[in-house]
Write a protein that binds this ligand. Structure first.
Ligand code: MG
Length: 292
């Protein structure tokens, strides 16, 4: 299933995306969860009830509703992975914006968070006015949505704990990322975490090895990489985190970006008002956001 959170005159609710239609599931069965996060928490049982309700669920043209971030109010901050693709790790080291001074490929995952308050939806503007240093950059990323309370899961069992996948734009204020040493502030300005357009349940993407991600800015392809090129794969990332902390349903893990961010260019190509960033992942769709 391709699950969305949307808003129209009747309010905010979740639905199932089918090409150009959104199935308005909730109105047909008041026993169903009211929000997409509740669907994640409800797991297989909730998904079965949604599937059963689909034939009776009114189809709304997607053009008549506003898609929001699939989980507008996350249970926690977005967990994100830095320097998880070799050629991006190298371009970041060359850029001069990595205040850690590390130039090697990491020996352990580089893990940070983005404030949950930075999340915004598909089509909503990234507001560069929230970056006082005017060094706003994009990072197209494949994102894991945790489905179960997860603690000490071995890498071999990680996929049993994943609800589905979405796309994140890990928008970054580069100068803040550099000057504050820790990345939290530079990663967390309001609107700097576009998410969506949907969450695809894991059963629809059984093989991630052939999945590609492309980032297009104003029609120009900037990033095109394969998920199979991650330095630390998804089982390793989830196992590493869950060894020390409890992951909860709805927690997001953005798995890192590939070659081709703005600071990979000389001179850097930062985002400016009027730009449009489109991130496409096979099997999920396109996350498109204007820059204001
Ligand atoms: Mg990133």
């Amino acid at each position: 299933l391709r699950l969305v959170t949307f808003e129209d005159d009747s309010g905010v609710r979740f639905g199932v995306l089918e090409e150009d239609l959104v199935r308005d599931v909730v109105t047909e069965d008041s026993d169903l969860p009211a929000a997409l996060l509740d669907v994640v928490r409800g797991g297989e049982a909730a998904l079965e009830r949604i599937e059963a309700a689909l034939p009776e669920s009114p189809p709304l043209p997607v053009s008549t509703v506003s898609l929001l971030a699939p989980i507008p109010e996350l249970p926690g901050n977005v967990i994100a992975i830095g320097r998880n693709y070799r050629d991006h790790a190298q371009e970041f080291a060359r850029s001069g914006f990595d205040s850690s001074g590390n130039t090697d490929v990491p020996s352990h995952p580089v893990i940070f968070t983005k404030a949950r308050s930075s999340v915004t939806g598909p089509g909503s503007p990234v507001q560069t006015s929230n970056d006082p240093t005017h060094t706003t950059d994009y990072e197209g990323e494949f994102c894991v949505v945790i489905g179960k309370e997860t603690r000490s899961v071995p890498a071999s069992n990680v996929f049993d704990h994943i609800f589905g996948y979405t796309i994140i734009n890990d928008v970054t204020a580069r100068e803040l990322q550099s000057r504050h040493i820790q990345w939290f502030v530079g990663k967390s300005p309001d609107t700097f975490c576009p998410m969506g357009p949907c969450i695809v349940t894991a059963d629809e993407m059984p093989d991630l090895s052939a999945i590609e991600l492309r980032t297009v800015v104003n029609g120009e392809t900037r990033q095109a990489f394969s998920l199979s090129d991650m330095i630390f794969d998804i089982p390793t990332l989830v196992a590493t985190l869950s060894e020390v902390m409890t992951l909860r349903p709805g927690d997001l893990i953005a798995t890192g970006t590939g070659l081709g961010v703005g600071i990979g260019f000389d001179p850097p190509r930062f985002l400016e008002p009027g730009d449009v960033v489109e991130i496409t992942v096979d099997g999920i769709g396109t996350l498109s956001n204007p820059v204001e």
